[in-house]
Design a protein around this ligand. Structure first.
Ligand SMILES: [Zn+2]
Length: 256
């Protein structure tokens, strides 16, 4: 009897371990301090683009429109007196980054984008706005090791933490499938320490940082110009913010 119980116990342990490895990523690389982002109240996000050049302002607005076009209840409005808002700093020498993921009471979300990326169109601003809306990097998902291999040995010094994974409970939306086409997914060679030898779009090139499992998505990940805000990104925005009433009625009309 005792032997059978022990055997059952070990079988249970075996399956628990297998399940954990399929659902979660390597615990050595978990982001232990992440918190679940909060959506902007009412989906209203005030913005200040006054520190940008005229051309950059056009690009920033195009990026905001990309998110408003998802059918999610998201509205960007010019900033007046609100404490919480998105501030495009106009700083072009501080990398591409956002100070906040999601809404934070009493805090302003600063976005920095480099000159090079401003010249590439609206996708880097759209990516940074994705963070502001509450989205983490897709390759930081709890189950990412089932979809990509992160080659830590190829990551530039100091950038390893960019590839920490975030527990499922901390995601603003965790019901959609892993999305290789996400605007929040890095490309294969991003932050590679030997980037000049790295061939983007080829997961088996030397020096790649992210290699999709299998070849199918090598040329897909991080190709924002092709992917745009993906269908799943748009779905996540609608799940986090609700659907615009106008989008509902448009859908109803089309259905008729
Ligand atoms: Zn990012």
């Amino acid at each position: 009897m005792a032997t059978t119980a022990w055997r059952l116990y070990f079988i249970a342990l075996f399956f628990a371990a297998r399940f954990a490895s399929a659902a979660d990523s390597n615990p050595a690389h978990v982001d232990a301090v992440s918190a679940k982002p909060i959506p902007w109240p009412g989906g209203i996000i005030p913005y200040d683009i006054s520190k940008l050049s005229e051309a950059q302002q056009v690009t920033a607005k195009a990026a905001m429109n990309r998110w408003m076009d998802t059918g999610a209840r998201i509205t960007f409005i010019p900033h007046t007196t609100e404490t919480e808002y998105v501030n495009f700093t106009g700083q072009t020498n501080s990398g591409n980054n956002t100070s906040l993921v999601g809404f934070q009471k009493g805090a302003r979300a600063d976005i920095n984008i480099t000159s090079f990326w401003w010249r590439q169109g609206d996708w880097m601003p759209a990516h940074e706005l994705g963070h502001v809306l509450g989205f983490f990097h897709e390759h930081a998902r709890w189950d990412r090791d089932s979809h990509v291999t992160i080659h830590y040995e190829n990551i530039k010094e100091g950038r390893q933490s960019d590839y920490d994974w975030i527990p499922k409970t901390n995601w603003i939306v965790s019901t959609t499938a892993y999305d290789y086409r996400s605007i929040m997914h890095y490309r294969t060679c991003w932050t590679s320490k030997c980037e000049s030898e790295c061939k983007d779009g080829d997961g088996s090139s030397p020096c790649v940082v992210i290699a999709p499992l299998g070849k199918e998505y090598d040329k897909v990940i991080g190709q924002w110009g092709d992917n745009g805000i993906s269908a799943t990104d748009a779905e996540k925005a609608r799940l986090a913010y609700g659907t615009k009433p106008s989008a509902d009625s448009k859908l109803t009309k089309q259905d008729k």
